[in-house]
Structures are given as C-alpha cells and as structure tokens.
Design a protein around this ligand. Structure first.
Ligand code: GTR
Length: 325
C-alpha cells in the first residue's frame, strides 16, 4: 500500500512538471526552512514566490513550509534530491557533507568579517561555487546565497577565552569540521540536529550552542541560555537550492526567471537580515540575555590547526578569498 502510494505520488509529481513550455498547468513549488515565518530567509523566499506568481500570471507559485515542518536540513536536502520538494533553504554547514568544496566557507575565521563574506558570495567565487554545486553530483541546483551573520557561543556562563570552554558540551552542526573546531576552541563539540537543541539545552544534555542573534531569538534558545559571548568563530552563509529533477522539467524561460528572481532574493534578504539582527539583539537584551566580549584573537589562534587540516586542499581558493577586498 505504501509502495503504491509512493508510486502514485511520484506519478502525480511527474505530471505536475511534465507540461510543455507555455502550457497553463499550475505548478506549486514546495519550499522549506527550519525558521518560522517572518525570519529573513523565509521572508525572502515568500517574496520571491509572490514575484514568481506575478511574472507567470499565476501559473507558478511557492508554498512555504516553515519551522522544520518537513524535517531538519539533512532531510530537506534528501527530499529536494528526489523532487519531493523544490526549494530548500539550508546552511552551508549542512551542504558541506554533500558538496565538499563549500566546506571552505565552513572554516573557522575564514572571513575577516561579514562585509568580507558578502563580497566573496556576491563576486566571482560565489558564482563559481553555485555553478560547481549545480554541475556536480549533488542532484541540486544552487540558486543563491543568503546571510546568516556571525556565530557566537551561548550558554549560561561567559565564554571569553578558550579555557572558559573546558568541560563544556557545545552543540555543533552535523559536520565533523565543526565538532573539531569546537574541540580546538577548548570545548567538547557535540554534533546534533537543530530540532533537538532546545530540549538538549534545557535538560543539560549540552551546556550551550553557537549561532547568530536572530536564531537565538527565533528558536527561543534565549529562554535556556542567558549569556551570549562574542566569539565570532564562524561566518557561514546560507544557501537556497532547487531540486534538479524538478528543474529539468522546467521550461528554459522559467529557469531563467527563477535564476533572476533568486539573485534578487539574495540581495533583498540582506536588508531583511540587517534589520532583523539589530532588532533581535535589542530584544534579546530586553529579555535578559547578557552580551559579553570575547578574545577573538585567542580563538583564532587555537583554531589554526583546523584551517591547516581542512584548508590545505582548497589552498588556491582560500588565497582568492583572502585576496578579496
Ligand atoms: C542557523 C541556520 C539554520 C541552521 C542552524 C543550525 O543559523 O539559519 O539553517 O543551520 O543555524 O545551527 O543548525
């Protein structure tokens, strides 16, 4: 029975994308994100959907499934790969295990600051990596980048230097590179799904995590972690991808339209991001979260072995990143 349903839904899916160019069959693309409605990444895709609908006279629209409704980022990628959903907005952290080369953006302190990161993703390196991801075996079309600020450690005590992390279990995204980064920073990195994090912090399975301000607010993590320490160890962009099987069924015109609107979404999300970060910071402080400065130089030094170990195979690319003004 399950098998039959699967076959039926696969057939229905194929039918939805099998229409010749110009046909009026309505397509509803499924998009998903771990964050709630109103979060900058979600809002940017919702707005892209509105533009898409207008430009196609209503023949294509986007249905957004926010707040992990379709699972975590690993599951989102898998669903996009088989065409069960069309647009997944994920962190580059989650893409690293799928497309090795993007791990270059997952290295600690690889960018000087957020402005540097923006110049890299907006410029030739960003475009090349999108193209390489799409051309590779990922079964995904990489549509564009988005901002996700700077990741800082949060827990219930200040973390100003590596020694402060001693004995602390800190949740990291599921990519060995991140676990090793936290270990090098002085703590114990624990790989864990984003969906399990709130209760893991609440019950003491982990002592803290690391992320940007809008995430700490949107996911209610501030309720269980009251100190946000500005370690600034990771600046990881987000990415939004399209299912390649679905993409191949689109007309050339629709593909071009989607590419154009994706670039616009990348730029538009940035304004939403800056606004949200400043509001989230104020709101977290109002809710009693203490922001503390940290010795970033010390964290930079202790993470050098990670850049050496993981960065050597991308040395040419790393040099180009560093040379980007
Ligand atoms: C957030 C990001 C999510 C997710 C999360 C995590 O900053 O927006 O896509 O990757 O971090 O830590 O899992």
């Amino acid at each position: 029975m399950i098998r039959r349903n699967l076959l039926l839904s696969a057939a229905a899916l194929a039918a939805a994308f099998a229409m010749p160019a110009g046909a009026q069959q309505k397509q509803i693309w499924k998009a998903t994100d771990v964050h709630p409605l109103g979060y900058p990444t979600v809002e940017a895709i919702v707005r892209m959907g509105a533009k898409l609908e207008k430009a196609t006279n209503g023949s294509i629209s986007i249905q957004m499934y926010p707040s992990m409704q379709l699972g975590g980022e690993k599951e989102m990628i898998e669903q996009a790969q088989v065409g069960a959903l069309q647009i997944a907005r994920i962190s580059v952290g989650a893409m690293g295990p799928v497309v090795d080369e993007v791990n270059v953006f997952n290295l600690p302190f690889v960018f000087r600051d957020e402005t540097h990161m923006r110049h890299v993703i907006d410029g030739p390196i960003g475009t090349e990596l999108l193209e390489r991801m799409s051309a590779g075996a990922s079964r995904l079309i990489a549509l564009g980048w988005m901002d996700a600020g700077t990741r800082n450690v949060y827990s219930n005590k200040p973390v100003t230097k590596p020694a402060d992390l001693k004995g602390m279990k800190i949740r990291m995204m599921g990519n060995p590179l991140f676990v090793e980064t936290m270990n090098a920073m002085g703590g114990n990195g624990v790989a864990m799904g984003f969906n399990e994090l709130y209760s893991a912090m609440q019950t003491g399975v982990v002592d803290g995590a690391e992320n940007n301000e809008p995430t700490v607010l949107a996911q209610n993590h501030y309720q269980v972690a009251k100190v946000y320490s500005l370690t600034g160890h990771l600046i990881i962009p987000e990415i939004f991808v399209f299912s390649k099987v679905s993409w191949e069924k689109l007309s050339r015109e629709d593909q071009a339209l989607l590419k154009k609107l994706s670039r616009e979404a990348q730029i538009e999300q940035r304004t939403l991001w800056d606004d949200k970060t400043s509001k989230a910071t104020d709101e977290l402080k109002t809710k009693g979260v203490q922001f503390v400065a940290a010795d970033k130089e010390a964290f930079y030094k202790v993470t050098q072995p990670i850049r050496d170990k993981y960065g050597s195979k991308y040395s040419a690319l790393l040099k180009r990143i560093q040379d980007t003004k």
